[in-house]
Ligand binder design. Sequence first.
Ligand SMILES: Cc1cc2nc3c(=O)[nH]c(=O)nc-3n(C[C@H](O)[C@H](O)[C@H](O)COP(=O)(O)OP(=O)(O)OC[C@H]3O[C@@H](n4cnc5c(N)ncnc54)[C@H](O)[C@@H]3O)c2cc1C
Length: 321
Amino acid sequence: MVRRQIMGVKSMNERADLQSRWLRTASDSPPFRVSFEFFPTKTPQATETLFQTIRRLEPLRPAFVSVTYGAGGSTREKTQEIVKRIAKETSLKPASHLTCVAETRENVDAVIRDYWAAGIRQLVALRGDPPGGAGERFVPHPGGYTSSIELVAAIKRIAPFEISVGCYPELHPDATSFEANIEFLKRKVDVGVDRCITQFFYGEDVFLRFLDKARAAGIKVPIVPGIMPIANFKNVCRFAKPAGATVPDWLHKLCDGLDDDPDTLKFVASAVVTEQCLALRRAGIDQFHFYTMNRPELTYGICHMLGIRPEPAVAPAPVAA
Ligand SMILES: Cc1cc2nc3c(=O)[nH]c(=O)nc-3n(C[C@H](O)[C@H](O)[C@H](O)COP(=O)(O)OP(=O)(O)OC[C@H]3O[C@@H](n4cnc5c(N)ncnc54)[C@H](O)[C@@H]3O)c2cc1C
């Protein structure tokens, strides 16, 4: 919105007003909540790097952090290990992603019970991507849950977890229409979902249109924009189509060719994503979920631009002599 307003602005006064609004948003607006998403690592060295990222972002006091489940459930053990380590070694509240793919109901239920026993209280419940990754057709396991709706219901039966689910402002590739997309989300939320997290998108109007439709359909839980900082533009373009996201022409014009110039890309991408977040803040959005890609710099910098500052660690209680 701001992008377009700037292009259409004529007078100096309007320009000055826009500029001061930008600055006010970051400094004066009431606090809001962020969450950070990580993916499970493959080597011990990568795991240590991931924990350095987590430690760097921890002082920003996210509401929760989540760890994804690899396509086809391929990272089950690693996801569990990282989620439990976050719970044990940091002050953060970890959420595990969980999918229905390539697992029996009994196995999925056992994972849910194990998390509850380990003190994990948040899950991100997803149908999941098939072993071949996004873009492949989902085929339920013969003894497994057949949809995210069934998975949410199973979690609710087992324990009172806080449940997040995915949603798709630009239509999931499996959706037959926008109406069917929203209708399916409403059915899922009605089973007992606490928040919906969107697929990444570029352009705040994409999110706000979706939000309006979801509210009109009676979906009342928070719908949290999924924010993808751009560290590698080619990768973002590659992820987009199978994920049901588009990379608009204006973003291509800004970022094409910058993958070989990472410093400039970082600068441009931060400006784009920060502007999107500020526009969403002005529209009243007060929660953001960052796809960190296991790197702290862009997420940390964008949070800083939004006015989020590190908070000192809580002092330990004095020990009686
Ligand atoms: C925040 C977030 C986190 C993610 N994390 C992971 C992860 O950790 N691991 C992973 O493998 N994938 C992950 N994904 C990707 C996700 O698993 C895929 O997009 C998958 O194809 C859909 O799963 P879902 O639960 O989001 O979709 P669902 O909501 O179950 O389905 C997506 C859409 O498809 C249509 N649809 C599906 N089933 C039906 C039906 N029975 N009837 C009618 N319409 C239907 C609806 O339009 C629906 O909105 C994530 C996605 C998001 C947004």
